[in-house]
Design a protein around this ligand. Structure first.
Ligand SMILES: [Zn+2]
Ligand SMILES: [Zn+2]
Length: 384
């Protein structure tokens, strides 16, 4: 199995020599590469193996030998995870090896992104376990290979790759086009539901919309809005909050969605959408894979669940490894995202997650970060 990828190759030219050795930015020696000191900066610094171990020992206040053992264990578990998942992919794709380096890199990138959704504490815990104990654990990490085991594009008049014997245009192409049309249909239903909800809100006698808007924006964002004007993104998020996340005191269901359900103006499909929206919290996701022009595979940072969202805009405006804050809800057999989304490089993620987790602990709520974000997500503004 050959896979090797260094996404920072361009940034590191001149620091890593052709024979694979680094020019350590710490001791200045030419030596075996230990790691990167600031991997996501535009100018990442390299450190040799010895310097890396020494710094780690100093930082943790442990011996060189202990630091070396920790590092080896950390490498061992991440390699084991990668190997496990690469093998799992090959089994899913019914192959004995990768067709080419691009395929291997594509899968490796997905596996690495998933690995990076485990936090440091979790990884440390894993590093203390033996391989035998880790393998069943890794096998339980759910992956979505379906979107990656894609066949090469087919022409309309080719014999279909599914093996039916019919031409592609008379076989699987029809299914794909039907699927696209189906998704569009669900999006139209959903737009209509939102419209009904917004009418309900603006016509409601017991709601003071003006003060709700004031509450939503809070002092800081209100001041920003006065200064810079309210952006379209702000408006979209405000509507989404009013529709999905405003709860009247002592009511278990969001105000607008609950009242929509109680009315008799919904079709069966619209009712299903309202119910799906009631269930769906907001959360922070990591983009793990993009299917260009179709959607993206997302992994929930807080509960590790994975979902493929059907959203063209999404797959064009973000990239694997980026973080998004949004709501995902089932619409028929598909998943859609609610409202707009913005996508951020991982450099902002840690700090924001800490901020959220601190607020969650302080809230005293116990039912998980996702439901907490449903009621309090707006406090974090656009989050990033
Ligand atoms: Zn060095
Ligand atoms: Zn077919």
């Amino acid at each position: 199995m050959v896979y090797n990828k260094n996404p920072m190759k361009d940034k590191l030219s001149g620091k890593i020599l052709d024979d694979g050795l680094c020019l350590c930015d710490v001791c200045g020696k030419k030596s075996k590469l230990g790691g990167f000191l600031n991997p996501i900066s535009p100018d990442p610094q390299v450190a040799c193996y010895d310097c890396m171990i020494r710094m780690s020992a100093e930082e943790k206040g442990i011996s060189i030998a202990a630091a070396e053992k920790q590092r080896n264990d950390a490498l061992r578990v991440s390699r084991l995870f990668t190997d496990c998942k690469m093998k799992e992919y090959l089994a899913a794709a019914q192959k004995s090896d990768f067709s080419d380096i691009d395929e291997a890199n594509k899968i490796l990138q997905y596996v690495t992104t998933v690995w990076n959704t485990f936090d440091k504490k979790e990884k440390d815990k894993m590093a203390r376990k033996k391989d035998d104990a880790l393998i069943p654990l890794f096998e339980n990490v759910k992956m979505s290979w379906g979107h990656l085991t894609e066949k090469p594009p087919q022409k309309r008049n080719d014999i279909c790759a599914c093996g039916s014997g019919r031409k592609y245009k008379a076989c699987c192409l029809i299914c794909q086009e039907q699927e696209k049309a189906e998704i569009e249909k669900w999006k139209r239903f959903d737009a209509w539901v939102i419209r009904k909800g917004m009418i309900l809100l603006t016509e409601s006698k017991d709601l003071d919309i003006a003060s709700l808007i004031k509450f939503y924006f809070g002092k800081k964002r209100e001041a920003e809005a006065k200064r810079y004007g309210i952006t379209e993104q702000d408006m979209e998020e405000l509507n989404e909050w009013l529709m999905n996340d405003y709860f009247a005191p002592d009511e278990p269901t969001p105000y607008a969605l609950g009242r929509l359900l109680a009315q008799d103006t919904l079709s069966i499909d619209e009712r299903k959408l309202v119910e799906a929206r009631i269930e769906a919290p907001k959360s922070v996701y990591l983009v793990t894979f993009i299917k260009k022009g179709t959607g993206a595979l997302l992994r929930n940072i807080f509960d590790q669940t994975e979902v493929f969202v059907h959203d063209t805009m999404m797959s064009q405006s973000t990239q694997p490894g980026y973080a998004v804050f949004l709501r995902v809800f089932p619409a028929g057999p598909y998943y859609l995202i609610s409202g707009g989304h913005m996508s951020y490089p991982p450099i902002y993620l840690d700090e924001k997650l800490k901020e959220i987790e601190k607020a969650y602990k302080k809230s005293g709520q116990k039912d998980g970060v996702n439901p907490f974000l449903r009621r309090n997500g707006h406090v974090f503004g656009r989050l990033f």
